[in-house]
Design a protein around this ligand. Structure first.
Ligand SMILES: [Zn+2]
Length: 216
């Protein structure tokens, strides 16, 4: 609850309302919001809905989905419950899932013009490139860590190394468990004297799989 600094804490301010308005204006604002919330939503004519769809190229303006994979809806940018109306500027084409999840989104997510859409496409490409850079760094790290596991393996099995198939498995274990657990499992497998010679790697895999199952 926010209070107007000049009101002795008597007049509640709506969240985000930061302008120092006269107390009576704020009070009227509260009354208006209360009445709007109980106002029944006016339906939008099919013609008006299709004008909005056409303006938005029959594409969900939040996620880019379009028919036939989705059915389009009309979304109120400023919600009806908060006093938003049916004027075209307040309406936007939305798929059902975006329409339902809209409460998480802010107005800045909504493309307002072709320039904004172009900027959004550019940002999307930049985000993809950024994500690819993250993946490349992760691959390099896994490669380094896998080499460390291979080194430990070679210290246990002199004259032997792991083949490519085994390395793929090791990388998967590292990804799921982290280096600490994987090195620990390898050490347990190759220092356990009860494991028959030649069965160590299988035993190591068994320890890792058990740990993965435990974590799930
Ligand atoms: Zn959508």
């Amino acid at each position: 609850m926010f209070f107007h600094p000049a009101s002795n804490g008597l007049i509640p301010l709506r969240e985000k309302q930061i302008h120092p308005l006269p107390a009576d204006v704020i009070f009227m604002g509260c009354l208006r919001v209360k009445r709007m919330a109980t106002t029944k939503r006016k339906s939008i004519s099919k013609k008006a809905r299709f004008e909005v769809f056409k303006r938005d190229s029959f594409t969900c303006q939040y996620c880019g989905a379009h028919p036939p994979s989705v059915i389009l809806h009309i979304d109120h940018i400023h919600p009806v419950a908060q006093g938003g109306g049916n004027d075209e500027d307040n309406l936007v084409t939305s798929c059902e899932s975006c329409n339902q999840g809209k409460s998480d989104r802010s107005l800045s997510d909504i493309p307002q013009s072709l320039n904004d859409k172009a900027a959004q496409i550019l940002e999307k490409e930049e985000q993809i490139k950024g994500y690819q850079r993250v993946l490349a760094a992760k691959r390099l790290r896994l490669e380094d860590e896998c080499a460390e596991v291979v080194e430990l393996y070679e210290s246990f099995c002199e004259g032997y190394t792991l083949n490519d198939k085994a390395k793929v498995t090791v990388r998967m274990f590292i990804e799921k468990l982290g280096m600490h657990d994987v090195l620990g499992a390898l050490e347990r497998a190759y220092t356990n004297t009860r494991i028959r010679s030649g069965q160590e790697f299988k035993y190591f895999c068994g320890i890792c799989w058990n740990k993965i199952r435990e974590a799930e």
